[in-house]
Design a protein around this ligand. Sequence first.
Ligand code: NAD
Ligand code: TYD
Length: 350
Amino acid sequence: MHTILLTGGAGFIGSHLTRLFVRKYPNYTIVNLDKLTYAGNLENLRDIENEPNYRFIKGDITDLGLLRNLFSTHKFTAVLHCAAESHVDRSITDPLAFINTNVLGTASLLQAAKEAWAGDYENKIFYHISTDEVYGTLGETGFFTEDTAYDPRSPYSASKASSDHIVRAFYHTYKMPVKISNCSNNYGPYHFPEKLIPLCIHNIINNKPLPIYGKGENVRDWLFVEDHVRAIDVIFHNGKIGETYNIGGHNEWTNINLVKELCRQMDDKLGRAKGSSEKLITYVTDRAGHDLRYAIDASKLKNELGWMPSLQFEEGISKTIDWYLANTEWLTHVTSGEYQHYYTEQYHKR
Ligand code: NAD
Ligand code: TYD
């Protein structure tokens, strides 16, 4: 039995995690605390919002007073910490927002949990969801393991690395029952169209340019979001306290090849002439400090807890495109308003 404080549940990964836990564990209570920034959207949770074991609270993880009240009211036994500022390009424009939410927010959650649990850690878990970007960048070979030294290079990855360090500090210093996972790039339904895959799907639908940073040779290791939250479920229940687990898809793509695959599948699905979407590809000024390659060695998770990705990439991408084509209303909602301003600022200067 758990009463879980799940932060950032209205975001991309958080909404999939909330759905999995609410449906799979009817005996758990899931309290979703989310500030509803531009990236948080309660439409992502429509199908489960009335479930009896689910509750939503709008609030900020940096608000220690609020966190203390919530711990006191709900007597949480676990924290699943997903809330973050998550987009590298935005971190280049506004680093302090990332340090505030990702560093101070995580520290505030740890502090509130430490005070509420007061050394009684029986059946308690503080699970911190993090990224492979904390390890920095790889050359053309090699993989990130759990022992790879941290070497973050963007304000986003540096803020996530800081938060990982603070979580470990609470484990070593106060014996807090923490778990951390560092995952590679996710894709799937409800992904906000500022990130490469949903941005390109949105632009292909609307016949708009597909902006490729630099030469498109940067490599990412893509994992279907439902496989990520399944891994979190396994680690939450069976992972060891104080341990870190890498999660990845063993699925590396250069950006240009990935976008070409998207174009190929979308021409097919939209009934467009072969090769027509590829004509939208536009090379633009590279991202500052652009990490060359990320690739995860997830063998610890496979060997110790038996987790493996379930979907082949072509199948996952096909499912993802189908979801966006069937949910144009969602896409219209999230790309109206603030998004237009962001898009102009981000791309018209490149
Ligand atoms: P997202 O940007 O889609 O969602 C973040 C959510 O956090 C939003 O609902 C937002 O409203 C909420 N939030 C932001 N600041 C908050 C605050 N101060 N207080 C309360 N809520 C706040 O992010 P995502 O892609 O779902 O990522 C979730 C987590 O997973 C992050 O910690 C991220 O670092 C990590 N991660 C993401 C990826 C990826 O590919 N997206 C990969 C590995 C790890
Ligand atoms: P992104 O989805 O932002 O994830 P991350 O930076 O966390 O890996 O970007 C994935 C890759 O795609 C990254 O190498 C940057 C590149 N990219 C583009 O080429 N064009 C774009 O418009 C965006 C958003 C990303």
